[in-house]
Design a protein around this ligand. Structure first.
Ligand SMILES: Nc1nc2c(ncn2[C@@H]2O[C@H](COP(=O)(O)OP(=O)(O)OP(=O)(O)O)[C@@H](O)[C@H]2O)c(=O)[nH]1
Ligand SMILES: [Zn+2]
Length: 186
C-alpha cells in the first residue's frame, strides 16, 4: 500500500469478537530482532477526523513517518476505540469532560473502566511474524508491561511526543499524572 509515509503492506486479522484489526508492515520484519512496533488504539475522532482533543493523530503520523524511514517495522492498529469503551461511550465521556471531568473521571462517572484495552491480540500478531524482539513506540508503560507479560521480548521503548495544544494540554497532563504516561514535554 503506497502511503505518503512510504510503501507498506497491509494485513487484516480478525479476532473472536469479529473486529478486524489492521497491521501495516514496513519491509520484511519476519524473524528479525529489534523491530520497531507501534501498537495504536483506534481513535476515529483524532485519527480520521483530525480532532485536537487528543494526541492520537499526531502519534499515528509520527509513527508512520518513523516506520517509513526504517528498513522494517510495523504498526498494529487495534480496534479498541475510546480505550476499549467504544465510540458512543467516548462521546458521552467527552460531554462530561466539557462539564469539567478529566478523561479518567469521565469514564468512571459513566460506570465504565478507565482503560479496558487488551494487547494479547497484538502479541499474537508479533508472534505470527516470528519477530524475535521489538522496540515499542509508546509513552504508556502499561502497554509495554502488557506486551512483556504476554511473552514478547521488548528491548526498549521509543517515546512519541507531540506538542501540547490548548485543546489537549489538560488531557495530556491527566494521562501523565493519573495514567502514568511518560510524557516529558508537559
Ligand atoms: N475513554 C476515552 N478514550 C479516549 C479519550 N481520548 C482518547 N481516547 C482513546 O484513547 C486511546 C489512545 O490511548 P491514549 O491514552 O491516548 O494513549 P496510549 O495508547 O495509552 O499510549 P501511547 O502508546 O503513548 O499512545 C484511543 O483508543 C482513543 O480513542 C477520552 O477522553 N476518553
Ligand atoms: Zn484520540
Amino acid at each position: 500500500m503506497p502511503t505518503e509515509f512510504g510503501l507498506f503492506r497491509i494485513y487484516t486479522f480478525v479476532n473472536d469478537e469479529n473486529k478486524d484489526h489492521a497491521v501495516i508492515v514496513r519491509g520484511d520484519p519476519r524473524g528479525k530482532e529489534d523491530v520497531p512496533v507501534r501498537i495504536h488504539s483506534e481513535c476515529l475522532t483524532g485519527d480520521v477526523l483530525g480532532s485536537l482533543r487528543c494526541d492520537c493523530r499526531d502519534q499515528l503520523i509520527q509513527s508512520l513517518r518513523y516506520l517509513g524511514r526504517q528498513d522494517y517495522g510495523m504498526l498494529i492498529y487495534l480496534r479498541q476505540e475510546g480505550r476499549g469503551i467504544g465510540l458512543l461511550n467516548k462521546i458521552k465521556a467527552y460531554s462530561l469532560q466539557d462539564s469539567g471531568a478529566d478523561t479518567v473521571e469521565a469514564n468512571l462517572k459513566l460506570g465504565l473502566p478507565v482503560d479496558s484495552r487488551d494487547y494479547s491480540f497484538a502479541s499474537e500478531v508479533i508472534k505470527f511474524f516470528e519477530i524475535k524482539s521489538i522496540y515499542i513506540m509508546t509513552n504508556n508503560p502499561e502497554k509495554m508491561k502488557a506486551l512483556i507479560e504476554s511473552g514478547i521480548n521488548v528491548k526498549g521503548r521509543i517515546p512519541i511526543f507531540s506538542d501540547p495544544t490548548p485543546y489537549d494540554k489538560f488531557y495530556l497532563e491527566t494521562k501523565k499524572i493519573k495514567l502514568g504516561h511518560e510524557i516529558e514535554n508537559i
